[in-house]
Design a protein around this ligand. Structure first.
Ligand code: HEM
Length: 117
């Protein structure tokens, strides 16, 4: 059971890699757009994060305030990415620079909180 939990944590980290990796690739290419890969990464992070938020295997102690903060960050991040997607679809322009950097900063902060708290 512990091995299964570790495997879910691994997929959870892949979710972060997809979101942050896609963001970093857009920043490096100076396109400053949101992409489908960011959506998929957020979906993977949410699904696996919720699965990990259940106390299994028996006896595991979870830091719920930390998980709550990460969930809040994920909700805000999904909102900002969704808003940027809609804006791009409608007007075919890049995400305003500050908003684009907020996406990277939120994704990075969620991972930092996961590891450092
Ligand atoms: C963008 C959002 C998120 C990112 C970037 C993220 C990132 C990470 C990373 C890097 C780890 C591995 C760190 C470690 O095990 O020390 C981790 C573990 C974990 N995450 Fe997330 N996470 C996110 C959202 C969530 C959400 C929404 C939940 C649940 C509500 C969640 C629940 C967990 C749990 C239960 C673990 C296992 C380790 C622990 O108990 O701290 N995560 N996360």
């Amino acid at each position: 059971m512990q091995l299964l939990r570790d495997a879910v944590v691994l997929v959870h980290i892949v979710g972060f890699a997809l979101t942050f990796g896609a963001w970093a690739a857009e920043a490096a290419a100076r396109r400053f757009r949101t992409t489908r890969l960011m959506d998929y990464g957020l979906l993977v992070s949410l699904a696996t994060g919720l699965a990990l938020a259940a106390p299994w295997p028996a006896g595991i102690v979870l830091n719920y305030p930390k998980l709550g903060v990460k969930l809040a960050i994920l909700v805000v991040l999904s909102g900002v990415v969704g808003m940027s997607n809609a804006r791009q679809r409608k007007r075919n322009v890049s995400v305003p620079r500050p908003l684009f950097f907020v996406i990277g900063a939120l994704s990075f902060s969620a991972a930092a909180i996961a590891v450092l708290w």
